[in-house]
Write a protein that binds this ligand. Structure first.
Ligand code: F6R
Length: 602
């Protein structure tokens, strides 16, 4: 959510920052800007994405630049509200929210602000102290000590093209290290072309960076140790290749992503070994409650996990929206409750806040995270599982979601084995998982059929997604994807709930997508809902491992693998359907309106 890219070094900075911003655009794309500092300060801004910037207006030779791609919080998307913001001697880019900006504005009597943003107020506050001390590090320290809220910032002073200051609280900042050059970014995708050596700035740290040196401080200006990490990703999956959009590319990358998350963990002898979670056998045997916490698709992956973990571990599992959990009063016994935090980015503000709340309550915490070295991965108490799904560029999550579900299935198999349960459970999960990448590959072959189907249902603007058990979890994920990417209003319901109210909405204009399971009893229960909807003149698309029912209007038949993993095969068909509906409507597939990936503000 908002992307920051900055550079200081011995090379021209403009294109490095511009190309980095292009990689970060999925974090926000309503306005954009770059400031270069050479002999003079030059700033260019535009409404829209990076393609709207006139790069001729900034300095091609400057070796210091800061840039920003915005997802609006305070103030509409406009040139004035776009970053960088200059106030007095300070030019700054900011990701986060300054909660006390109104108070600050009054205290420092900043009356000549040009934008409606909290970020410009922060620039004014830093300038206020800078005018007194002429010391940029001290001025930033003083200002940040007064600020309430979250920030990732990069700032320069017009007087000194040899100093770049960066700081963070809540919003990620990482610093890539090259030869006599530093690359600052909100996430690694922006810097992977240049270096794999990085420093993750921690909360309330600020760094003073010169072309050939870096010093990191806390907010009392005590010098901090520098811990350099090596990124294990490379930049190869950051480009589109032959695909038209990243969503399609990432849907097609799922077989590979699933092989990656299982590599070295699931074996053909039926064992599942996870080295990441630091849970002893006693920890697992003592467990009486599991919480799964995340947002959006990560939450829905958790929902899928809930059904499986409860069944095989015989422990109650509740799934919590991180935005709720962080403020929730609940009775959790710290001795025997495990909280699992799921996040692709590892930087989602609500999930981080919930993790800190869970730690405050003394719970054991593990992470299921894609982004290596991210805040959640670093802050969990008992390790976790990295997804190794590679970069996910499209705003809507696809391959990370599937990998999260597989990680939860592996965790279930692993824990049931440690519980001393019948080893057949773990073996069954392992055997299904090993076949899953190929099954997903085969279900991608349904693409042309789904394209045809999409043409028949593009007319519907309202949908119910109905399922039971893991297929209810899949219905939730499918409805989210349809709403955000294809801009079709979609509501997921447990199939049995429709007659308790929502059926009032059923008519010829509403499409009910019914996910019918393989299981005989539940399949037949699902058929009753099909009949009830048809009796009210509703339109129905059934998706099932069995052939078409005479009553259904549209049908998609899928292959059957097993009770644990079938849901992911259904999910791929829903992903492809969403993709094709969005194409039919000529929407921006990778950057749906009003959205941004990695929601680092509350
Ligand atoms: C939906 C989507 C979002 C994210 C959510 C959590 O397609 O991508 O709902 O799943 O913002 O993000 P992470 O997983 O980064 O915590």
């Amino acid at each position: 959510m908002c992307g920051i890219m900055a550079y200081i070094g011995d090379k021209p900075a403009k294109n490095i920052v511009y190309n980095g911003l292009k990689r970060l655009e999925y974090r926000g794309y309503d306005s954009v800007g770059i400031a270069t500092l050479g002999e003079t300060l030059k700033v260019v801004k535009a409404v829209g994405d990076t393609s709207k910037l006139n790069l001729n207006l900034i300095d091609s030779r400057a070796k210091l630049a800061i840039g920003h791609t915005r997802w609006a919080t305070h103030g509409e998307p406009s040139k004035n509200n776009a970053h960088p913001h200059t106030y007095g001697s300070i030019t700054l880019v900011h990701n986060g929210i300054i909660e006390n900006y109104e108070t600050i504005k009054k205290t420092i009597k900043a009356t000549d602000l040009k934008s409606q943003t909290d970020s410009e107020v922060l620039a004014a506050l830093i300038d206020y102290y800078y005018q007194k001390s002429q010391d940029i590090l001290e001025a930033t320290r003083q200002a940040l000590s007064e600020v309430k809220g979250t920030f990732g910032i990069a700032l320069i002073t017009k007087d000194n093209p040899e100093i770049l200051i960066v700081a963070r609280r809540g919003s990620p900042i990482l610093i890539g290290i090259g030869n006599n050059q530093y690359f600052i970014a909100s996430d690694q995708s922006a810097i992977l072309d240049h270096t794999n050596q990085v420093i993750y700035l921690e909360d309330d740290q600020l760094a003073e960076i010169k072309p050939s040196s870096i010093d990191i401080y806390d907010l009392k200006l005590s010098v901090q140790d520098i811990d350099i990490k090596t990124l294990d990703n490379d930049s190869k999956n950051l480009d589109l290749g032959d695909y038209q959009n990243f969503l399609e590319k990432e849907i097609y990358e799922q077989p590979e992503a699933l092989n990656n998350v299982m590599r070295g963990r699931v074996s053909s002898d039926g064992s599942i070994v996870l080295g990441g979670p630091n849970l002893t056998q006693a920890d697992i045997l003592n467990l009486k409650q599991i919480l799964i916490i995340g947002c959006g698709s990560a939450y829905y992956a958790g929902y899928y996990g809930k059904y499986v973990l409860e069944k095989i571990l015989n422990i109650p599992v509740s799934v919590e929206h991180a935005s709720e959990f962080r403020y929730r009063y609940g009775a959790f016994n710290k001795e025997n409750c495990l909280a699992i935090f799921i996040s692709q980015s590892g930087e989602t503000a609500d999930t981080i806040a919930s993790l800190r709340e869970a730690k405050r309550r003394g719970l054991k915490t593990i992470g299921i995270v894609n982004s290596v070295g991210s805040t959640i991965a670093r802050e969990v108490t008992h390790g976790g599982i990295y997804l190794h799904a590679g970069n996910e560029s499209s705003v809507a999550s696809t391959k990370a979601y599937s990998s999260m579900v597989v990680a939860l299935l592996m965790l279930g198999g692993f824990m049931s084995y440690k519980q001393g349960k019948d080893s057949a459970i773990c073996q069954n999960i392992a055997s299904e998982l090993l076949k899953l990448p190929n099954e997903i590959y085969l279900s991608l072959q349904l693409h042309s059929k789904i394209t045809k189907l999409s043409k028949q249902i593009t007319k519907f603007n309202d949908c119910f997604y109905l399922g039971r058990g893991v297929l209810y979890a899949v219905a939730q994920e499918g409805a989210l994807k349809l709403s955000e990417v294809a801009q079709v209003h979609a509501q997921a319901l447990p199939i049995g709930e429709i007659k308790h109210g929502p059926i009032a909405l059923v008519d010829n204009n509403l499409l009910s997508v019914i996910l019918l399971p393989e299981d005989n009893l539940l399949y037949n229960k699902g058929l009753s809902t099909l009949e009830e909807v048809k009796a009210r003149n509703g339109q129905v698309l059934t998706i099932s491992t069995r052939p078409k029912e005479p009553l259904s209007d549209f049908h998609l038949q899928l292959s059957h693998l097993g009770e644990f993993s079938d849901g992911l095969i259904y999910n791929v068909s829903l992903q492809l359907l969403t993709l094709e509906l969005a194409k039919n409507k000529r929407l921006n597939i990778d950057r749906p309106r009003n959205l941004a990936k990695s929601v680092t503000v509350e």
